[in-house]
Design a protein around this ligand. Structure first.
Ligand SMILES: C[S@@+](CC[C@H](N)C(=O)[O-])C[C@H]1O[C@@H](n2cnc3c(N)ncnc32)[C@H](O)[C@@H]1O
Length: 257
């Protein structure tokens, strides 16, 4: 299995994935940003949220996955989609809003990345970011516990943790260069119909690096089964049979002079 993104599987939880981007957009205090870029636009769901708030803006979506940009181009042919790694884009102030929802956790070295993204903002625009805080969630520990079992350990060696800084880390990077910085953190309590649904939701994101290490479909199924069993020891079942899955996310918006 390759490490390719699967847009259809990703969009099975479209509502859960898109709500944070709606919340982020609603707190951006810009009236009419002319040029807007969605960094890690995926299949275009977050870009669509930007289009609803600012229909007259020039919107560009950038994503390093060919599958994702192809899907975005098919579904929203009237927008501009760039297949590229954001780190390869010029660090020049071309955009009134640089926006990124649920992407930066996949890119290491935020000490370099965040100034790069802020350098793409022209004044008095903004950089607006939402990052999942998955390492803090019990489901990550469940995945790691299974990956560390003798059966899987050899295959899973060296998978790196998602690197996300604290609120203070982003504040210290941005406050010396920004007019103002707004930061908040929250948990979305997703109502899932079973523990298996939690695992299915993460199959297209956090579990990708693990599944990519396993060759056969039956073996991948066994791995997911073990993760589901581990997850079921951590998240209780509610009286109606559903399972609540708290999903932690960090947000920040930095405004340029
Ligand atoms: C979880 S999806 C987020 C999609 C969408 N923004 C949303 O809100 O649902 C993360 C996306 O980031 C993209 N990505 C990861 N690293 C990237 C990079 N270095 N440059 C551009 N895109 C990247 C992936 O290809 C993937 O489509």
């Amino acid at each position: 299995m390759s490490t390719q993104w699967n847009p259809d599987l990703y969009l099975r939880f479209q509502q859960e994935r898109t709500q944070p981007s709606i919340d982020l957009v609603s707190r951006i205090e810009l009236d009419a940003p002319r040029a807007v870029v969605d960094v890690g636009c995926g299949p275009g769901n977050s870009t669509q949220v930007l289009a609803k708030r600012w229909p007259a803006s020039e919107l560009t979506g950038v994503d390093s996955s060919e599958e994702m940009t192809a899907k975005a181009r098919r579904d929203y042919p009237d927008r501009r989609w760039i297949h590229a790694d954001v780190r390869d884009l010029p660090c020049e102030p071309r955009y009134d809003l640089v926006y990124s929802n649920a992407t930066l956790q996949w890119i290491p070295d935020h000490e370099t990345l965040i100034p790069h993204l802020f350098g793409m903002v022209r004044g008095p625009g903004a950089l607006a970011v939402q990052i999942p805080l998955q390492e803090e969630m019990p489901v990550r520990q469940a995945i790691r516990a299974v990956a560390a079992r003798a059966r899987w350990m050899g295959l899973m060696a060296g998978i790196s943790r998602l690197v996300v800084g604290s609120a203070g880390f982003y504040y210290d990077l941005l406050s010396p260069v920004a007019r103002s910085v707004v930061i908040w953190q929250t948990a979305y309590i997703h109502e899932m119909d079973s523990h298996a649904s939690i695992v299915t939701m993460l199959e297209s994101t956090a579990l990708r690096p693990y599944l990519a290490r396993i060759d056969g479909e039956p073996e991948r199924h066994e791995f997911l089964q073990e993760v589901t069993e581990e997850v079921s020891t951590t998240y209780p079942v509610q009286t109606n049979g559903h399972v609540l899955f708290p999903f932690h996310r960090l947000f920040f918006i930095a405004y340029r002079q």
